[in-house]
Design a binder for this molecule. Structure first.
Ligand code: HEM
Length: 250
């Protein structure tokens, strides 16, 4: 399917778009060479593998927490309803409580518990430990997010903590850190906010299962064990519902 997409896009010759495939096809290396179909396919596979499961899982956790705690749901709905222009994606993106809910969801259940591994290049000290060249080090996002000194009552879902103070890049790191930090972070957060706000503005939902969702390891991600099953109990009034135009990323 990817090769067919690449072939079709090359055939169309219209590479003025801002979508990723057009940008990749039109990119050139220092010698002025573009990428082969094989290289393009590899780039797309990376984005798909790294980008879909992660973002979808983040949205599932978000919906779970919003409906697990009535006060969170009420606050977020009130914030969405207060929007003057519901079809402006940037207004939704900037909503403070929605932002706090997404952050708290990624804190309490980071989608990937670890960063990718790093290999030590030169002897260095880290928190009283000597790291020697060749050693492999991985950051544990999950444990950093559970630190009681940073996040009191860390097992509690409390979005307000993100409104009360700012966390540094070393304290809140759902997308890893440093030069190899997730390249899709902005897109993922953007998608997460727009999708959650759109669903919440249109439907009344309830969790099917009142039992807490347990973490389940799914490949490199931490997913909800029961898949966050929900039912639609009603539709919200039409004028408040967000009707977002979607833009393909490929
Ligand atoms: C909620 C969604 C996502 C989460 C939680 C997430 C998390 C992460 C984490 C923790 C890393 C490792 C960073 C490190 O080792 O420091 C990573 C790397 C990466 N992510 Fe994401 N990611 C998400 C969405 C996406 C999306 C939407 C894309 C692309 C469209 C993407 C593409 C990548 C790529 C290509 C890397 C490797 C970067 C590199 O090695 O230089 N991710 N992601």
């Amino acid at each position: 399917m990817l090769y067919a997409e690449i072939c079709e896009r090359r055939r169309q010759g219209n590479l003025n778009g801002v979508d990723i495939l057009s940008l990749l096809i039109s990119s050139k290396d220092k010698a002025g060479e573009g990428m082969t179909d094989f290289e393009l396919r590899d780039e797309l596979i990376t984005l798909i593998v790294a980008g879909y499961e992660t973002t979808a899982t983040a949205m599932a956790w978000g919906l779970y927490w919003i409906h697990q705690q009535l006060n969170v749901r009420e606050k977020i709905i009130a914030e969405i309803d207060s929007l003057d222009n519901v079809s402006d994606p940037m207004s939704i993106f900037r909503l403070p409580y929605l932002t706090a809910v997404c952050n708290e969801s990624l804190r309490i259940h980071p989608i990937t518990p670890f960063t990718f591994p790093r290999q030590v290049q030169e002897t260095t000290q880290l928190l009283g430990n000597t790291l020697e060249p060749g050693m492999i080090v991985q950051g544990c996002i999950y444990l950093a997010h559970q630190r009681e000194d940073l996040y009191p009552q860390a097992k509690q879902f409390r979005p307000e903590r993100f409104l009360e103070r700012e966390f540094s890049l070393y304290e809140f790191l759902p997308f890893g850190g440093g030069a190899r930090r997730c390249i899709g972070e902005t897109l993922a957060i953007f998608e997460m906010k727009l999708v959650l706000a759109t669903i919440l503005s249109r439907y009344q939902l309830e969790l099917v299962d009142k039992q807490p969702e347990k973490l389940k390891r799914r490949g490199p991600t931490l997913a909800p064990g029961n898949g966050v099953k929900m039912i639609i109990t009603g539709q919200r009034e039409a004028q408040k519902s967000i009707n977002m135009k979607t833009t393909a990323i490929l």
